[in-house]
Design a protein around this ligand. Structure first.
Ligand code: 4AD
Ligand code: MG
Length: 465
């Protein structure tokens, strides 16, 4: 007989292999049957569906069939045949069966009954084996790929910006310190300050909150770049939309103003949603039926509709005149809260909204200043169910304006000398934004807690796995 290689469940369902002998390896989801025959559902994670293995009791020792329990891994050799059962095209009639790794059903935490997402977070090492998390992480992969494909096709260059950074100037959030100093014996200067000259880099360093500032340096030579990497924020905010370690996609484009920036953001988001619909339908259908019955409608809806574009000032007016009672105050100059953003998107316009021209006081120092001397060319993209999914802006390219703003906001200009220099040497109009990858995945999968779209979430008091 010919040497046989293992087939995946995905291959068996898609390739025309009927009546061939095949080898399958995977994990048992369920086993049912009677004295004469066992029906074993085997899943190997390659697609959401499990394949049914039919084992005639007379062909196998009784003990072997007994050892095949939920959670164990098995190897099956048999013939792929058309299935009589409902809901599946093909099944395997087993001729050889082998338990690869046993699984004691008495202690295996994943039982057939549904588990809460809270419980599954406590067994994050095993939750990949559920249909829901299999679907979520296959989609996470597909969208990562689509992001690179989108930018590559548009001539952007993928730039790797540093994870460890000495600048804590962006002000995007509280930072995690990186140090090799001995915490039991911290070197001090005469005035008792910590002597960071003794630290690994000879200065104080942190984990990055954003790759933007370095991304700008790249864009001001390569025209269009993007980063896609982990970022870290030490805020103590325990919400369903925040994690301390998240992945961000940050395109940065020379010769782009805020309108070009908005066009790109809208096109990019629609491309990714479309990619999911075209490439992840099995998983999306499962999530639509089990998690959120409106998921597919919402995805199609975002594709079909133009995003609303409006200024912050107008949004404040709309919110104040809405007659709606909000928990947090709405006043020109205050930042918008999630409840305000979601009102605009879900109640008022029922479409994604891009808000621009925020008060300078609530935005970062690098945003381009408007002529009104009050607002900056910021843009936030707000999505249904999520709120802010993208934050970005046109950047201040004028050296003097940027320097003044840094001084006003107490941004250490000495530390950011390299950032300022790009405005001295051939400065140009440029723009960019940051898309929170997990927020996007929440939107695409319908999962309502950000902890359930990243394999191992990092949140306050939680870093188990
Ligand atoms: O609005 P943010 O803070 O923008 C920046 O960091 C800019 N430097 C981006 C740029 O212009 N290149 O963050 C961007 C996005 C947010 O809109 C949100 O989707 C996500 O990152 N985000 C978080 N996601 C999960 N957990 C957190 N703690 C997040 N903080 C921000
Ligand atoms: Mg923001």
């Amino acid at each position: 007989m010919l040497f046989m290689i293992r087939s995946t469940v995905k291959e068996l369902f898609s390739a025309n292999r009927l009546n061939e002998d095949v080898i399958l390896k995977g994990w048992v989801r369920t086993k049912r049957g009677n004295k004469r025959v066992a029906f074993i559902a085997v899943n190997d994670g390659t697609i959401i569906h499990s394949i049914q293995v039919v084992a005639d009791a007379e062909k196998f020792p009784e003990d072997l069939l007994k050892d095949i329990t939920t959670g164990c891994s098995i190897k099956v050799k048999g013939k792929l045949v058309e299935s009589m059962g409902k809901g599946q095209k093909v099944e395997i009639h087993a001729n050889e069966l082998e338990v690869i790794g046993a699984c004691d059903p008495e202690v295996y935490p994943l039982q057939k009954k549904g588990h809460s997402f809270e419980f599954l977070r406590e067994i994050a090492h095993l939750r990949f084996r559920t249909n829901t998390f299999g679907a979520v992480f296959r989609i996470r992969h597909a969208i990562s790929y689509a992001i690179h494909k989108y930018f590559n096709d548009k001539g952007f260059f993928y730039l790797h910006t540093p994870i460890i950074t000495a600048s804590d100037a962006e002000g995007a959030g509280a930072m995690f310190r990186v140090t090799t100093l001995d915490l039991d014996d911290i070197p001090r200067k005469e005035n008792r300050d910590i002597d960071f000259s003794k630290d690994f880099f000879g200065r104080s360093t942190n984990l990055t909150v954003s790759g933007q500032l370095e991304g700008e340096l790249g864009a001001l030579a390569l025209s269009s770049v993007y980063t896609f990497g982990p970022t870290f924020r030490a805020e103590n905010s325990n919400t369903p939309r925040h994690v301390a370690e998240f992945w961000m996609i940050e395109p940065e484009m020379a010769f782009h103003d805020i309108n070009d920036n908005m066009d790109l953001a809208e096109d990019f988001l629609k491309y990714l949603v479309k990619y999911a619909l075209e490439n992840c339908m099995d998983d999306l259908e499962f999530l639509n039926s089990m998690i959120d019955k409106e998921l597919l409608d919402r995805l199609h809806f975002v594709l079909k509709n133009e995003f609303v574009r409006m200024g912050y000032t107008e949004a404040v007016k709309v919110l104040r005149e809405s007659g709606h009672t909000f928990e947090f105050p709405v006043e020109w100059g205050l930042d918008l809260q999630a409840e305000h953003e979601r009102y605009l998107v879900e109640k008022k316009y029922k479409k994604p909204v891009i808000l621009t021209d925020y008060p300078a006081e609530i935005k970062s120092f690098y945003m381009k200043q408007n002529d009104d001397n009050k607002t900056v060319r910021a843009m936030d993209v707000l999505f249904p169910k999520i709120g802010e999914i993208i934050g970005g802006s046109q950047r201040e390219e004028d050296y003097n304006k940027l320097l003044n703003r840094m001084r006003e906001m107490n941004i250490p200009e000495k530390e950011l000398w390299w950032y300022l220099e790009t405005r001295k040497f051939g400065t140009v109009e440029h723009s960019g934004f940051g898309l929170g990858f997990e927020r996007l995945l929440m939107f695409i999968t319908g999962m309502v807690n950000i902890r359930d779209v990243i394999p191992f979430p990092r949140t306050p008091k939680n870093a188990e796995f």
